[in-house]
Design a protein. Structure first.
Length: 121
């Protein structure tokens, strides 16, 4: 029984050490960092160009959906590669299940295409 709980003790020790490291880093940063908030330091700065106009700009939600679709199909490839490696051992049931999985993703892509989400501008 002690060996069983010893593995949990190692995980707990690593978690405590990680939390302590973060706490020490934040405390050291707060103590060491200089604090001189000048107006020139508090202005918006981007690419070496002085800010013109407001700092608020709206962007269309379509760009976020486009990125989200990329992540979805990127994750699909993460599932496809291991499956392709062992699908011979899994049999026809795995082929049908992967076909259903790809079909659901294709239906989502078709839906996004019909809603004109994939048009960039």
């Amino acid at each position: 029984m002690p060996d069983y709980f010893q593995s949990y003790a190692v995980v707990l020790a690593v978690a405590v050490a990680g939390a302590a490291l973060v706490a020490v880093a934040f405390t050291a940063g707060r103590l060491i960092a200089p604090k001189r908030p000048l107006p020139s330091k508090l202005t918006t700065y981007e690419c070496g160009i002085d800010p013109v106009g407001k700092g608020w700009a709206q962007s269309q939600v379509r760009y976020y959906i486009y990125g989200f679709l990329f992540v979805i199909f990127d994750v699909e490839s993460v599932f496809l590669f291991p499956w392709a490696r062992v699908f011979v051992k899994l049999g026809w049931a795995a082929v049908w299940e992967m076909g259903i999985f790809i079909g659901i993703l294709a239906a989502g892509l078709l839906y996004a295409w019909k809603k004109d989400v994939l048009k960039w501008a």
